[in-house]
Design a protein around this ligand. Structure first.
Ligand SMILES: NC(=O)c1ccc[n+]([C@@H]2O[C@H](COP(=O)([O-])OP(=O)(O)OC[C@H]3O[C@@H](n4cnc5c(N)ncnc54)[C@H](OP(=O)(O)O)[C@@H]3O)[C@@H](O)[C@H]2O)c1
Length: 240
């Protein structure tokens, strides 16, 4: 039985991942900041018997990460998906560098996935698949000019995803000899809270379900050849 841990599993792409893995009969550890208000995740948990378990986790809080580790103890995790993320401050153009907003964005999107990965490293090593996955963004690519699709450029968000990519790429090298594979995956432009009105109005945007099903295929196909490679949910390589 595959065990999958997903952060930010109460809505959007994280919830769709939890639903689809549960439908595949995986054991799902769905993490969220406040289980008491995670209605859709609670419904999934009650419909799937004991296969979906909800765990409280604020990825910015090191005590919360330690509590997660304490709760899991030596439980093997096959697939660890760092999905939780934020778009960052409202105004993050070249004319407005909101220092606190930047730090929060970097903390959630870039530092937290590293801290969660390190905390659960032994659980991952005990798993059969040993797959560490970061839900990144095409906006983390320095090579792609995002100014046409996003005006103004969201400096903090783009920087945070570039930092995430860099850290996860380094882990793909450093943990390779432990058998850990690292997926760095962009989910597309998705109609979620984060995607907001722009995604809702964009005919090229996709549903969380379509994104999740592509991500799950990429994770299933992850090998040492694609570990540390930045790719989208369709399996197309993205330039750094
Ligand atoms: N939507 C897109 O078009 C798009 C494109 C590229 C990349 N992505 C990435 O895809 C991932 C999922 O985004 P989404 O579109 O599904 O957005 P979303 O619907 O806003 O969901 C974000 C999730 O992250 C959780 N989260 C935020 N801060 C957290 C924290 N400190 N601790 C724990 N959980 C936290 C949220 O919890 P609460 O509900 O409690 O706030 C929520 O469950 C993110 O990493 C995002 O950057 C999305």
């Amino acid at each position: 039985m595959t065990t999958v841990l997903i952060t930010g599993a109460n809505q959007g792409i994280g919830l769709a991942l939890a639903q689809q893995y549960a439908a595949e009969e995986a054991d799902v550890l769905g993490c969220c900041i406040e289980p008491a208000t995670a209605a859709s995740l609670s419904e999934l948990a009650s419909l799937s018997g004991s296969r979906v378990k909800i765990i409280k986790l604020d990825v910015t809080d090191e005590t919360s990460i330690q509590s997660l580790k304490d709760e899991l103890r030596d439980q093997p995790i096959d697939i660890l998906i760092n999905n939780a993320g934020i778009i960052g401050p409202e105004n993050q153009s070249a004319n407005c560098i909101d220092a606190e907003g930047w730090m929060t964005t970097l903390r959630v999107n870039a530092l937290a996935p590293m801290l969660v990965a390190l905390a659960l490293r032994d659980n991952l090593k005990r798993g059969y698949e040993k797959k560490l996955v970061a839900i990144s963004s095409g906006l983390g690519s320095t090579s792609i000019d995002s100014s046409s699709t996003l005006a103004p450029i969201r400096y903090a968000y783009c920087a945070s995803k570039a930092a995430l990519n860099n850290g996860m790429h380094a882990l793909s090298r450093d943990w390779a000899n432990e058998g850990v594979l690292v997926g760095i995956l962009a989910p597309g432009f998705v109609r979620t809270s984060m995607g907001g009105a722009a995604a809702a109005a964009d005919p090229t945007s996709i549903s969380p379900e379509e994104s999740a099903s592509g991500l799950i295929r990429r994770i299933a196909e992850l090998t040492s050849a694609t570990s540390g490679v930045f790719q989208n949910y369709r399996g197309e390589k993205i330039p750094w």
